[in-house]
Design a binder for this molecule. Structure first.
Ligand code: IPM
Ligand code: MG
Length: 341
């Protein structure tokens, strides 16, 4: 039986990078794809970013592959108007995807594409484990007269499960990032991480770093990290920062896991409306997200590795899209990877 993939091309460059990714997956296994409107394009068609039908279709798929959502067309500060991101946040919550894995592994072929010096990034191979269904993203928010508020909330259970995800993913070391010198939710975070470590993973080294200091160390000494575990908003910010170690956010994939149903696989980058429709978007983060889908969604490790090494080889052979300082088009990038598959 074919594996059923719910495909959400979304907005901006999303559709352009989805087409070659379907091509890539079709070379590696027996998949059936069901495509749905999601994000801004769904707002245009249906008035909301994710319809109940699309949510149900994703729930019943074997995996969900999403490209990107959002764009200036739907930007608004009016809380009563729909936003494309509501589809993404709603889907993460609906599927119970509390664990977002964002591997960051700069390739030696790209060391010079990073704004950082080669000596600083050499040897970096880290994983950001971002809590994805709690914190300030999902706490109570609103407006009260001339005041607006968002609340950051975490329960013991939410922290325990993401801590376990991080310790299981680590070979030797976990860095827990919080703001325990200021935030109460961070003090609970630290207590729970310390306890899970002592009770279940004493063989792994655990360190605690405050988020501001972590932001600095990611730039000054990125190879000192192995697994970074952190709450939702800190993880959002630190993973964009970490992406620049690879030279471009156009290279970073992510897997969102933890529910009973399908996982969600998506690039870390956004919909890049400034280059949408030009055929020049870098499809590699989407390809690498497909590799994570193969690995975590379908236990197809050999195929996942084949994609990752084809991407590595294409870059080593000189493939550079605009974000990496080159001029390769989306099609050229896709062909370079397929040729190495
Ligand atoms: C990400 C994105 C999303 C987030 C946006 C689009 C809501 O930035 O996946 O990192 O903040 O989680
Ligand atoms: Mg982000």
């Amino acid at each position: 039986m074919a594996h059923r993939i719910a495909l959400l091309p979304g907005d901006g460059i999303g559709p352009e990078i989805t087409v070659p990714t379907v091509d890539l997956l079709n070379r590696l296994g027996d998949f059936s794809f069901e495509q749905h409107l999601f994000g801004g394009i769904s707002i245009d068609a249906n008035g909301i970013a994710m319809t109940p039908e699309v949510e149900a279709a994703c729930q019943s798929a074997d995996a969900v592959l999403l490209a990107a959502v959002g764009g200036p067309r739907w930007d608004t500060t009016d809380p009563s108007r729909p936003r494309p991101e509501q589809g993404l946040l709603g889907l993460r919550k609906a599927l119970g995807l509390y664990a977002n894995l964002r591997p960051v592994r700069p390739l030696s072929a790209l060391y010079d594409a990073s704004p950082l010096k080669r000596e600083i990034i050499a040897g970096t191979d880290l994983l950001v484990v971002r809590e994805l269904t709690g914190g300030v993203y999902f706490g109570r928010r609103g407006r009260d007269g001339d005041t607006a508020y968002d609340t950051m909330t975490y329960s013991v259970g939410e922290i325990e499960r993401i801590a376990r995800t991080a310790f299981r993913a680590a070979r030797a070391k976990v860095t827990s990032v919080d703001k325990a010198n200021v935030l109460e939710s961070s003090r609970l975070w630290r207590e729970v991480v310390v306890r899970i470590h002592a009770e279940e993973f004493p063989q792994i080294e655990l360190e605690h770093v405050l988020v501001d200091n972590a932001a600095m160390q990611l730039i000054s000494n990125p190879s000192s990290f192995e697994v970074i575990v952190t709450e939702n908003l800190f993880g959002d910010i630190l993973s964009d920062e970490a992406a620049m170690l690879t030279g471009s956010i156009g290279l970073l994939p992510s897997a969102s896991l933890g529910g009973d149903g399908p996982g969600l696989f998506e690039p870390v980058h956004g919909s890049a409306p400034d280059i949408a429709g030009k055929g020049i978007a870098n499809p590699l983060a989407m390809f690498l997200s497909a590799a994570l889908l193969l690995r975590h969604g379908f236990a197809m490790e050999a195929e996942a590795l084949a994609v990752e090494s084809a991407v590595d080889r294409a870059l080593a052979d000189g493939l550079r899209t605009g974000d990496l300082g080159g001029s390769a088009t989306t099609d050229e990038a896709a062909r370079a990877v397929l040729n190495n598959l």
